[in-house]
Design a protein around this ligand. Structure first.
Ligand code: 5AD
Ligand code: FES
Length: 400
């Protein structure tokens, strides 16, 4: 009986590769429920009850990379390219801070030119200045998701961000299978992507003081359960602090349409199993419920939370830019404004027995422990909602 074996594996203190492959492949509802309950309980035990918000600002879709799965790859000439102005970016971050979000995530296509590096630096300096408050003494936390850069650039941006306790960088390695990685990343020459570079980059980021995050895509054509097991082992070997994983979804603007995409229901379950097993193996890391889950099912992110995720990234990009940032087809919330996303999400999170960690930096506990710091306590007086709806109490006070 599959569920009897599942129950037995979930009692083991450590999972072997064979156990991991078995759990990743679960499909019958009873076994999946057991896995879900184990992962949720482990998350509560290790991470508490809060889900942290990272307000996502997709600041530019100009990209020099050619990832074959991605809808904003440089070869896709059907996309209208945009870059938000510094004022727009800072305003989005200030809105997040005022609304009780502990941190924002700046994401964009990959660029390594000095003009871009300096632009991000200026944005970071201004975001910091504008968001230091008694509630957020270091300003709003910053997560960067800006692709492969040099160690010097990481250091420049770290300094500009001015929030050493809540400074994070996300760079997924997408798959630990070198052959598959090659298939996914076409370009050669200057912009060639190599798996080893991704691993090196994570070490560089740690050295520059970032909490480091990585992740993979789940259900890539040709990927096996053994590949996903190796991905989890790679998270372990890299000792990362944060993980963001989502289903691979076909993109009109990509180059992989001929390979198709997994059946949505199977893809959803595989993605959830991956989140749950990663939680069981990796312990107190932050795991994001990727927006791509919501592209398959409207409540995809909430189910991700039930399977062990503890971070969500509400989209703060102004509505006029959203159509330009379609990494995959059917990306949700194209017509929403940030305020709508935030309040709708809070209800959704509460519906799954968690609450939003308003004004908390939400650092990875694995990182806190590695750095000899205590777990973050909830703010004095408990968690209070943001001021995103008229009539709610203001919790954000500008310093000075
Ligand atoms: N499906 C799912 N995720 C994708 N990403 C890019 N394209 C796709 C796609 N077609 C993810 C990659 C990248 C992140 C920014 O978006 O994992 O690291
Ligand atoms: Fe690399 Fe978009 S071009 S993820």
């Amino acid at each position: 009986m599959t569920h009897a074996k599942t129950a037995e594996l979930l009692r083991k203190p450590e999972l072997s590769n064979e156990d991991i492959v078995f759990l990743l492949g679960l499909r019958d509802p009873e076994s999946c429920r057991l896995l879900q309950e184990a992962a949720f309980a482990r998350t509560t035990e290790l991470m508490g009850n809060c889900v942290y918000y990272r307000g996502l600002i997709e600041l530019s879709n100009i990209c020099t990379a050619s990832c074959r799965y991605c809808g904003i790859r440089r070869e896709n000439h059907d996309v209208k390219r945009y870059t938000m102005s510094k004022e727009e970016i800072v305003a989005a971050a200030v809105w997040a801070a005022r609304s009780g979000y502990g941190s924002v995530c700046l994401q964009a296509g990959e660029r390594r030119d000095e003009k871009f590096i300096a632009f991000i630096e200026e944005c970071l300096i201004e975001i910091h200045k504008a968001t230091v408050s008694s509630v957020l003494p270091q300003g709003v936390g910053v997560t960067l998701s800006l692709g492969e850069q040099t160690p010097e650039t990481y250091r420049r941006w770290a300094k500009a961000a001015g929030c050493p306790e809540s400074l994070r960088y996300l760079a997924r390695f997408e798959t630990s299978n070198p052959e598959l990685f090659k298939v996914l990343h076409g370009a050669r020459g200057d912009h060639e992507k190599q798996l080893e570079h991704r691993f090196r980059l994570l070490a560089d980021l740690r050295e520059a003081g970032y909490q480091t995050g990585t992740g993979v895509m789940i259900g890539i054509p040709g990927q096996t359960l053994e590949d996903l097991c190796r991905d989890i082992r790679t998270f372990q070997n890299l000792d990362v602090d944060m993980i963001g994983m989502g289903p691979y979804l076909m993109s009109e603007g990509g180059e992989l349409q001929d390979f198709g995409q997994m059946d949505p229901e199977a893809l959803m379950q595989l993605s959830l199993n991956m989140i749950a097993v990663t939680r069981l193996v990796m312990g107190p890391v932050n795991i994001a419920a990727a927006t791509a889950l919501q592209a398959i099912r409207d409540d995809g992110r909430e189910i991700g939370i039930e399977y062990g995720a503890n971070v969500v990234m509400p989209n703060l990009s102004p509505q006029q830019y959203r159509a330009g940032y379609q990494l995959y087809d059917n990306k949700p919330c194209l017509d929403d404004e940030p305020t709508q996303c935030a309040s709708c999400l809070e209800k959704r999170i509460a519906s799954r027995g968690r609450r939003v960690g308003w004004n908390m930096t939400g650092s990875s506990r694995r990182w806190l422990r590695r750095n000899g710091r205590p777990d973050e306590a909830e703010p004095a007086g408990g968690l209070r909602v943001g001021q995103n709806d008229a009539g709610r109490k203001t919790i954000w006070i500008r310093a000075g």
